[in-house]
Ligand binder design. Structure first.
Ligand code: BYC
Length: 330
């Protein structure tokens, strides 16, 4: 059933006049800034689209631990190791809040994991790129968490209550993550020539994949129109990408690094930078499973799922035993 639920929602958005009275009341409540709670009536498409987006978001947090977890044992100092460990643990927590938020919509965590492992649910394209040097930990914090914040701060106002509330805590933690990444970049850029070259190389490799995190251009976005009407998304993909570029270019200048886009130029008229689009063929290729790390990431997740089977079975057996004991005592 949920395999069908997580398929795409079409682009067509009904006007108020085309809605039946229940749908219309629902839409008017959203338009007035009201929150939708788990037991409220909601259109099937709203539920389906939310499960898709929150589920994908949760999976991204969990898979997002892998490229950074890879560096915990190799962090250059004990302090950096402790900070990175805390950050990776935060990502696990974000995944768990988000799975809980999705569960309030009637899908189980097991169903979501199954859909991820079978490739029926996505996770952010960014995590299919490798983290090759310590500077990549800086670039991931600065750019990837920076992009995440840009996308997630508005989601604190999303119409679905459990999702909006989960985003409040997540955003606080993401701000710390972004700062620690920028701090690594500052240290590397103030270090030796070799360290500065590593920082530049990390920016070169993570710039375009970070721009891709915001999704396809608005013209190609399948879900934006309906998601914005329902306030599942608060901004379009291109709006957020533009804001991210405008925020990040001065930060790169501050670091003394060069954004790998020769066309980047401040545009007075629009009050933002003109910049080159990412290679969308590469984006769709990564989404299709052909990025440098897709195979590795999924295999690691499946292995973790299989390795954890004994824990799940043990906990279920324990819960069943407790239930039986409670019934016997009544
Ligand atoms: N990667 O109609 P569109 C983090 C898919 S976690 C993969 O524009 P939508 C972090 C999209 O799903 C960051 N797939 O979609 C964690 C759709 O396919 P389906 C995750 C992508 O949903 C640990 C199709 O392309 N953040 O930051 O309106 C450590 C058409 O796209 C991507 C969230 O998930 C992508 N980049 O907009 C550090 C935030 N882009 O589902 C950091 C919540 C698009 O029809 N999510 N697709 O098969 C969102 O805001 C929106 O879902 C998106 C995409 C902006 C990502």
């Amino acid at each position: 059933m949920y395999a069908q639920m997580i398929q795409s929602t079409g682009k067509g958005v009904k006007s108020l006049d085309e809605m039946d009275p229940t749908e219309r009341a629902f839409q008017e409540r959203i338009d007035a800034g009201g929150k939708i709670e788990p037991k409220d009536w909601m259109p099937a498409g709203y539920r389906k689209n939310l499960i898709r987006q929150i589920g994908q978001h949760a999976h991204s947090e969990i898979i997002g631990q892998l490229p950074e977890g890879n560096w915990i044992t190799r962090a250059p100092t004990l302090e950096r190791k402790a900070i990175l460990l805390a950050k990776v643990q935060d990502e696990a927590g974000h995944g768990l809040y988000l799975y809980c938020a999705a569960e309030t919509l009637g899908i189980t965590r097991d169903e979501m994991f199954e859909a991820l492992n079978e490739g029926r649910m996505k996770y952010s394209s960014i995590f299919n790129y490798p983290t090759l040097t310590w500077a990549d930990m800086g670039a991931v914090g600065w750019l990837v968490d920076g992009a995440a914040i840009m996308n997630q701060v508005p989601l604190q106002r999303t119409s679905y209550g459990p999702y909006a509330r989960a985003m409040v805590r997540i955003c606080k933690e993401e701000s710390f993550h972004q700062r620690q990444g920028f701090d690594i970049m500052m240290k590397m850029c103030a270090g030796s020539e070799a360290q500065k070259r590593m920082a530049q190389d990390a920016l070169n490799r993570f710039w375009y994949p970070s721009l891709m995190m915001f999704g396809p251009s608005d013209a190609e976005s399948v879900h934006s129109a309906q998601s914005m009407a329902w306030k599942i998304k608060m901004n379009t993909n291109d709006e957020l990408r533009q804001k991210f570029v405008d925020q990040t270019v001065p930060q790169a200048e501050y670091l003394g690094l060069t954004v790998p886009d020769e066309t980047i130029k401040w545009n007075d008229e629009k009050g933002g930078y003109d910049f080159a689009e990412p290679d969308w063929t590469e984006f769709y290729d990564v989404l299709a499973g052909n990025g440098p790390c897709n195979h590795d990431r999924l295999e690691t997740r499946k292995q973790a799922w299989d390795d954890g089977a004994w824990v799940r079975e043990g906990m279920l057996a324990h819960a069943a035993k407790k239930r039986t004991a409670k019934v016997a005592a009544e």
